[in-house]
Design a binder for this molecule. Structure first.
Ligand code: ATP
Length: 614
């Protein structure tokens, strides 16, 4: 037992660490408070545990709370906890040495290199307590261990080379830290500053934090509680707090797991998608915690970008508390969290789709674009995302949705592929020529209304071994499902002569003209020589080249009365045949959703009307 004060040198590595902490570490100095509060919370938690496990604890009646007092006149900040406290040996060991050899090596390496970016890495090794010296030029610690009575110690240092330990007056169990603030850190002796920093980083610390006697953390860390202890109102209140929301969330997922990684997660889907309302890009809204202490608010790395609409918390005990922003970005642990939580959320959505289809539909209508963005960009989760996509189809009523699994489950026996067709609306698709052959065969066709749908299908190409084929593909191979030549059709020779003539008349606007084997009611149809019409249309929009629709492949229906009359006019060398041919071609382009230059068409239509009206 000591009777007089002793001065001790810090271990070499601590000196180096202190030098880094004081001179170059952390752009956000205020986090020192988070570190100290979290140490106090840890010490309190350890005490609570000791108490629970039946060990003898002194000063049982002292409440388990953390007190913070500011003194703006003397420029001090005091943090008091009733945790386990420290014995003299513990003071020396915990606050004078670094035991971990890896950390030692790392500090040596850093000091040698002195590179700022590398310096941020140090956060991984727990600067913790020493960060106090970012704000203080003297730290005094009064402490008494939970298992001794009448023996307390005072540890004091200016954070340069040494510290002193002196026997202290009798005090209650726990630790009191007094920070004599540096001149440029006087703001931390102001109550408002401290309250703000606590709100930001330590709202969910599980013990009351009192600033000058007033409790400031009022929100429970719901995500660490048992689901059975949490009411609907608790969840809603919590959501409103973390998301700054006024209404209830649309969906909620609360889960904990220990393998493959320790995770406690509470995620919410908001009621509305603000991007849909033109509010600009939504910022990520899920914060990263380690044991209820904030690591990164609204983290851009803990979930993929396409999940930016989610609000909530991910807490993992495995994260180092001091991990820095730069390190988070490339942390293998964070990528693992990201992957596990994303998969779990997608599984949850899949479950919702089965257990509460109406709710899922509401979610889908508001947030589908985010899932599509994921399906288009995120290879890791593409498979899981494809399962969640929903579409209208030729078999559904307007507004009713099918999944790819529904589609595949009811495919016709002789059908080998999944067919889809793009168009701006159900009405446009259904009045167009592309569905005819499928209707005839009784094949279901998925309707895609957004360009990104076709992009995704073009990218993944297959679902459960079934090819995804656009119904407006030029070389649609339906095998023996194709139509026989009808008796009413033009003769093969006439049809051949007509297609040759059309090719001549239309010139560079077509790459090919041929007789169609798929049309029933429409006179003609166009295909893109480069893929699909929707791709061609997208290119037109992207290039903003509305006057240049690009060439098409034209197919004509040799049984259609209009085509037969066109052939007759051609044979009679009627000058009107050419005008009619051009109009039939452009009508087909319009039906394909392509943007046709209206100037030539207006004159032509006037001529046609004049003639029709006699
Ligand atoms: N308020 C306190 N009460 C009791 N012991 C404390 C207190 N603050 C610090 N300690 C002791 O000092 C040790 C060193 O603290 P420091 O903050 O440097 O690292 P850490 O808390 O172990 O790591 P990290 O900060 O990365 O969680 C702690 O492990 C703890 O044993």
């Amino acid at each position: 037992m000591s009777t007089a004060g002793e001065t001790k040198e810090f271990q070499t590595e601590i000196k180096q660490l202190l030098d880094i902490v004081i001179h170059s570490l952390y752009t956000e100095r205020e986090i020192f408070l988070r570190e100290l509060i979290s140490n106090s919370a840890d010490a309190t938690e350890k005490l609570r545990y000791t108490q629970l496990s039946g060990s003898e604890v002194k000063d049982k009646e002292t409440p388990l709370e953390i007190q913070i007092n500011t003194d703006d006149t003397n420029h001090t900040l005091t943090i008091i906890d009733a945790g386990i406290g420290m014995t003299k040996e513990e003071l020396v060991e915990n606050l004078g040495t670094i035991a971990h050899s890896g950390s030692k090596e790392f500090i040596k390496h850093l000091t040698a290199k002195g590179d700022q970016k590398d310096l941020n890495l140090i956060g991984q090794f727990g600067v913790g307590f020493y960060s106090a010296f970012m704000a203080a030029d003297k730290v005094t610690i009064f402490t008494r261990s939970y298992h001794v009575e009448g023996e307390s110690f005072i540890w004091e240092s200016d954070g340069v080379g040494s510290y002193t330990i002196t026997p202290g007056e009798d005090q209650v169990r726990g630790t009191k830290m007094v920070l004599q603030l540096k001149e440029d850190a006087y703001e931390f002796a102001k109550e408002e500053t401290i309250k703000r920093v606590i709100k930001q980083y330590s709202s969910f610390v599980p013990y009351p934090i009192l600033v000058n006697g007033e409790k400031v953390n009022t929100v429970d860390a719901l995500w660490t509680k048992n689901k059975s202890e949490i009411s609907e109102e608790d969840y809603t209140e919590f959501y409103k707090f973390i998301a700054n929301a006024f209404d209830e969330p649309l969906l909620r997922l609360h889960f904990s797991s220990d393998a493959p990684i320790n995770i406690n997660t509470l995620l919410f889907v908001p009621k509305e998608n603000m991007e849909q309302f033109g509010f600009g890009r939504t910022e990520p809204g899920v914060s990263l915690y380690c044991k209820k202490v904030l690591i990164q608010e609204k983290s851009p790395v803990v979930l993929p970008e396409w999940l930016r609409f989610l609000r909530g918390v991910i807490d993992s005990e495995e994260l180092p508390l001091n991990i820095s922003r730069e390190t988070l970005q490339d942390s293998a642990l964070v990528s693992k969290l990201n992957k596990v939580v994303t998969s779990r959320f997608l599984k949850f959505l899949d479950g919702q789709a089965t257990s509460d289809p109406e709710k899922y539909k509401e979610f889908w209508e508001k947030f589908n674009f985010f899932l599509k963005e994921g399906a288009a960009n995120d290879y890791t989760h593409q498979k899981e995302l494809l399962k969640l996509l929903r579409f209208e189809s030729s078999n559904t009523a307007s507004g009713e949705l099918v999944s790819l699994a529904d589609y595949v489950g009811r495919m016709k026996e002789d059908q080998t592929s999944v067919y889809y067709v793009n168009g701006p609306s159900r009405e446009v698709i259904e009045s167009g020529p592309y569905l005819e052959v499928f209707k005839n065969k009784g094949f279901e066709v998925i309707y895609t209304y957004a360009a990104i749908d076709d992009y995704i299908f073009g990218l993944v190409r297959e679902y459960e071994g079934k090819k995804l084929i656009s119904a407006d593909e030029a070389d649609l191979n339906l095998g023996d499902e194709q139509q026989e030549r009808s008796e009413e059709a033009l003769s093969e020779e006439d049809a051949a002569a007509l297609t040759n003539w059309l090719k001549e008349v239309l010139g560079t606007k077509v790459t090919e003209v041929r007789e169609s084997k798929r049309l029933v009611d429409s006179p003609a149809v166009v295909f893109s020589p480069y893929g699909t019409n929707s791709m061609q249309r997208m290119m037109q929009l992207v290039n903003k080249d509305f006057n240049n629709v690009g060439p098409s492949v034209l197919e004509i229906n040799a049984s259609h009365p209009m085509i037969k009359r066109l052939d007759a006019a051609r044979k009679n060398e009627d000058a009107f045949a050419k005008i009619a041919a051009e109009q039939i071609f452009e009508n087909a382009q319009i039906a394909a959703g392509l943007i046709v230059d209206p100037r030539g068409m207006v004159n032509r239509l006037n001529e046609i009307l004049e003639r029709a009206l006699g």
